[in-house]
Write a protein that binds this ligand. Sequence first.
Ligand SMILES: Nc1ncnc2c1ncn2[C@@H]1O[C@H](COP(=O)(O)OP(=O)(O)O)[C@@H](O)[C@H]1O
Ligand SMILES: [Mg+2]
Length: 416
Amino acid sequence: QFFTPKVLTVKIYDAAGTTVYHSQDRGLVGRVFRDNAPLTKALRGEVVFGVSELRGEEHVYERQTGFSRLLELYFPIVERGSGRVLGAYEIYSPLEPLARGVARFRLLVWGVIGAGLALFYGALSWVFRRASRTILDQKETLERTAADLRRAYGELQAAQARLVRSEQLASAGRLAAGLVHEIGNPLASLLGMVDLLGRCRGRPEEMAACRENLNRMGAEITRLKGILQGLLDYARPAEVRPAAVEVNRMVERTMVLVASHPGFRRIRCRPLLDPGTAVVVTDERRLQQVLVNVLLNAADAMADGGTLSIATGRGPAPVPEAEEARAGRPLPPGSPAVWLTVQDTGRGIPPADIGRIFEPFFTTKEPGRGAGLGLAICQALIEELGGELRVSSRPGAGTVVRILLPPDGREARDGG
Ligand SMILES: Nc1ncnc2c1ncn2[C@@H]1O[C@H](COP(=O)(O)OP(=O)(O)O)[C@@H](O)[C@H]1O
Ligand SMILES: [Mg+2]
């Protein structure tokens, strides 16, 4: 209905161009209008259309209507068969209503497009809002979960710290029990020497023996003081503080600490400390706690005596052996490492057990002798130091425990 043209006038001409019909103005019938180029063309058989400017005589009626521009259409009237042009008819349509129709149609198209776009954006924003609400909900849930996990992790770390500490105190207790026993004998002999000195009358021939006794007493007291100091140092709580540690000195001090333990009385110690081992950046107290645990295990495994070899050195980390139990952070074979090896000739670990030795509470010892926490704690400690523990064993022949550390302590600092 937008484009149906309004017909204003219909005119019919004969082949000579004479008006034979005028729908509005009968007065024009019989008139011939010169210089009507479109009509001339139509009488030659063409369909002609254009916009009429309404200037000619023949537009009398159309000018009166008030329309300024008209669509003018000429159709030739052609005889069927011969193709002769018999005349033409002309139709006038005012352009304004047509333009209004087009404008209305354009408005409608834009309206539909606008409404469609609005609907589309509405739907899109609804989807986005729904999606963002879902994402926000999930983010909240995730944040809550993360907070829970952080709290649980913090509690776990605290529990582990307490466990490490209690195991440290337990092994210090075991060492102390041995020391009490061990310190008793030297104290008795010191007492004897004091008694001897008390009886000294200061005669010149006695003086050399007295001085000799005093020197021996001094040396013994220094030794006992060293052992007690070592125990105190071992049991004192401390933060993880990586520093340059002289591995050989640490081993020597630890040997003094454990050697007085009764479990070591029947054990021959063979230190093979490579002077080139030099220093490793790590936490000395933690490294020592690992070593004490390993040494006490070795002593337990050699109840009937044996040989304990402690070796140190530095070089590329060896390829792990097939049956080795491993804990901590694996050092890639060939990477630089400082190592500390404790080898015993004890009863060894059965293949069925070797995979379980790092499990908390795994023990083959009778109640009261072992809680099964030693190696589990060693695992946590060595992890903190960024190093690795490797244990291999042959039942009946003995066990080798390898402690491997990155020399620069990079991981000990990073991984804390
Ligand atoms: N050097 C070793 N020789 C033989 N067995 C060992 C040795 N070290 C560890 N084990 C075995 O591993 C188990 C777990 O050791 P550990 O975690 O230190 O706990 P615990 O010493 O309290 O039993 C021991 O009970 C023992 O069976
Ligand atoms: Mg143990």
